[in-house]
Design a binder for this molecule. Structure first.
Ligand code: G3H
Length: 256
């Protein structure tokens, strides 16, 4: 039974990879129908994959959210192997929940790898004037330089509607997003089904241009409800490695 199941998952990975035309798909099995367990398994699989790609002096970018928090939580501790690795938050954003902030997650992953980290003291959705003043700050400038040098980005993929509510957008803004067909949110951008930008969060962070140029991007998501969001992101960069659960993989295959 297990071998059969294992083969089923490998087939599923291949099918999704072919459908989305991306580098690699890792599907974690759903032992129990429980969101938390899926997140844990995804965190573990994404953390292991990230580790397998880490090279000396690598600069790793990471975003916030519950999926990335699971990556940090599930990552096994390394001793002395990755001392020269630097982990950088890929986007500003200081939400209410400290465990889910990119800063916290970057620090935690650096701790697990035995490397170092940078912190970005920059909230989400700030006023344009504050934004340009903060951008002149030497500490923030320093982190911005590291963000420009990220070699691998590991990021969470969210539904546009849910992320907009989480970020406290107004009812009018929510309606505007929906009207424009926003289905996906990742690293501070909202996208439609074709991966076109609908809206950008006003904060410092990895640019879409930079994202598209990266040789390796690792996106992780759990839950069938994120299918459209994931498909949209897959249009941005073919070097995407996707870490998802079984039900999400099956839902992606249902999308025309
Ligand atoms: O940008 C997308 C979010 O990071 C996804 O958040 O992992 O909490 O669902 P989540």
């Amino acid at each position: 039974v297990f071998i059969h199941r294992f083969k089923g998952l490998r087939d599923l990975e291949e099918e999704v990879g072919e459908r989305l035309q991306i580098k690699k798909v890792i599907v974690v099995p759903e032992m129990i129908q429980d969101g938390e367990i899926a997140l844990k398994e995804i965190g573990k699989a994404a953390a292991n994959y990230l580790k397998s790609t880490v090279q000396s002096k690598m600069i790793i970018g990471i975003t916030g959210g519950s999926t990335m928090a699971a990556v940090a939580e599930e990552m096994g501790k390394e001793q002395g192997k990755f001392q020269d690795v630097i982990v950088v938050p890929a986007r500003g954003g200081l939400g209410k929940d400290v465990d889910k902030q990119a800063n916290t997650i970057a620090a935690k992953i650096a701790g697990k790898l035995g490397g170092t980290y940078k912190l970005l003291y920059m909230p989400d959705n700030i006023d344009k004037n504050v934004f340009s003043t903060l951008s002149e700050d030497p500490v923030i400038k320093d982190v911005m330089e590291y963000i420009e040098k990220i070699q691998v980005l590991i990021f969470g993929i969210g539904r546009a509607d849910k992320m907009a509510i989480r970020r406290g957008l107004s009812p009018a803004e929510l309606q505007d997003l929906a009207q424009k067909g926003a289905v996906s949110e990742a690293f501070g951008y909202y996208f439609n089904r074709n991966g076109e930008i609908i809206r950008e969060v006003n904060t410092i962070g990895v640019s879409l241009k930079k994202f598209k140029e990266l040789k390796l991007v690792i996106g992780a998501a759990a839950g069938a409800e994120k299918a459209e969001a994931v498909v949209a992101i897959s249009r941005l960069n073919a070097n995407l490695v996707l870490v998802i659960d079984e039900s999400l993989a099956r839902e992606i295959l249902k999308i025309k």
